[in-house]
Every structure is written in C-alpha cells, then in structure tokens.
Design a protein around this ligand. Sequence first.
Ligand code: IMP
Ligand code: MG
Length: 198
Amino acid sequence: MTKCDFTSVDAVWGNIARVVLPREVIAHRVKELAAQVADFYDGAELTILAVLTGSLIFLADLVRDLPLVMRLDVASASSYPGGSVRSEAFELLMPAKSDFEGKDVLIVDDILDSGQTLTRMVESVQASNPASVRTCVLLRKRRSDIVAGIEPDYVGFDIDDEFVVGYGLDYNHLYRNLPDICVLKPEALACDEGSDLS
Ligand code: IMP
Ligand code: MG
C-alpha cells in the first residue's frame, strides 16, 4: 500500500486513467432504459427500491424520465469494505417489509459484479409478498469466474471486469461526483485506506 494525495480535486481527479463511458453516452442509455421501464409498467403503480449509495446518480436521472405513479424506497448495502475491489463482508439494511406487500417492485443498483447484492435484495423483497420483483442495473461486469449469476431485467451497459468509478460509483468513498464512468490508474487502486499526504 502506498500513500496517496487526496488533498486537492486536481490530485484526486488526476488518478483517472481513462473514461470508459462518457456522460453523453450514459444519458442517452438511461433514457432508453427509462422508456423500457415505463412501457413495461404502463398503468401500474411502481415501487422503486434503490440500493445506496452507488445508485444515487443513476436513480436521479432514471426516475425523472419515468412518467409513472411511483414510490421510492432506499436500502443500504455495503459489500466493499474500504479500499477493496472485490466483495468481502456484506451488510444489508432494508426498509420495513410491509412496504412491498402487493407492490410491483423494481430494484435499482449501480453495478452487478458478483451478484451478491442483487440476489440478497431480491430474496429480501420476495419475503414480503410483493406483486412482482424486477431488477435494473446501470452496469454489468463480464466476470469469467461467475458462471450462473442473477440476470437483471434491465442492463444499461456490459463492461469489462475492471474497477470503475464516477456517476455514483466510488473507490474508498471518493469519485462519486465524476460525471463520466472511468477507470483509475493502477497506483490509485493501491492506496492505503484513508491515507493522504497531510
Ligand atoms: P456485488 O454484490 O458483488 O454484485 O457488488 C455490487 C456492489 O459492489 C455494487 O452495488 C457496487 O456498490 C460495488 N461495486 C462493484 N463493482 C464496482 C466497481 O467497479 N466500482 C465501484 N463499485 C463497485
Ligand atoms: Mg452498491
């Protein structure tokens, strides 16, 4: 682990190696996803359950393109402790179960990686007798080590198995406010948790 400079925005954003998905491409695709979702739920009341914190920006863009009667709930899932790039521990905080009884629920998350988060979320919602449960992710990683994973109903982009940040996604709590989805320089993925030069 090395010490990294998190003391200025230039230093932090200087850790970006390249843009994987520019903001215009994301915006266009989010509108397409919203149109598919709106078509499917046409006439029904939709309950969205968003997974904090990574889905926040995607969620905000998606729901403003959904001309539906809609409720919004949030759950909190954390599977990446500190500066790791693979799920290790897992913690899920759901809203009250009764919220989903008889509802058409759409779970919205930023990225499908191992599939653990989405699988656990679906199981948890199913336990409260919803009318239906569907899933929507902005990104899906192509992982050769995962054979039969969960298949989301809506996927924005399939991406290579590399760690991405921006548009809500973080590394070590930083980079969520980048407008584009980017990969970091290798040395930026080897920072000591919480370290800085100060
Ligand atoms: P899973 O449970 O392994 O599918 O992991 C899903 C969660 O891990 C996502 O909701 C993200 O919060 C986080 N995650 C997975 N891959 C990345 C990544 O490349 N960048 C940032 N966060 C990620
Ligand atoms: Mg997440």
